[in-house]
Design a protein around this ligand. Structure first.
Ligand SMILES: [Cu+2]
Length: 149
């Protein structure tokens, strides 16, 4: 019974999306060399929800070489990175309640994976967005374009 209801709800959800779910799911890797696996994440603006799965392929613990993925306006990258550093690991290096941040994952260490799922209702098609890692010292290098169009 429960399964049937869930299946029906899932069908309605998938029908309401303009894009197929797979287009709205992104795989991203980060390593011990302070690098993301891509400089560009692109999802259709018809995605009502986006999932980014971040995998840390390195071996370093989160305290030494942790990574997260944060989405913000390109104009706010430095400010979000700087305030994130001050927020500390307990806050996953994101200032609590930071309205400049559209979405932020937790910080993970080597061998770990985390999935960040967020609604896109605050994003505009064609907006100038950047994804970055806010671990201290990483944002200047670990960033790329988040394309939503
Ligand atoms: Cu990082």
């Amino acid at each position: 019974m429960t399964t049937r209801i869930l299946a029906a709800a899932g069908l309605m959800l998938s029908l309401s999306f303009g894009a197929t779910a797979s287009e709205c799911e992104v795989a991203l890797e980060a390593n011990d060399m302070m690098q993301f696996s891509t400089k560009l994440i692109s999802v259709p603006a018809s995605c009502e929800e986006v999932s980014i799965t971040l995998k840390h392929t390195g071996k370093s613990p989160a305290q030494a070489m942790g990574h997260n993925v944060v989405i913000t306006d390109t104009a706010n990258v430095q400010a979000v990175g700087t305030d994130g550093m001050a927020a500390g690991l307990d806050n996953n290096y994101v200032k609590p309640g930071d309205e400049r941040v559209y979405a932020a994952s937790k910080v993970i260490g080597g061998g770990e994976t985390t999935t960040l799922t967020f609604k896109t209702d605050k994003l505009s098609a064609g907006g100038d967005y950047t994804f970055l890692c806010t671990f201290p010292g990483h944002w200047a290098i670990m960033q790329g374009k988040f394309e939503f169009k």
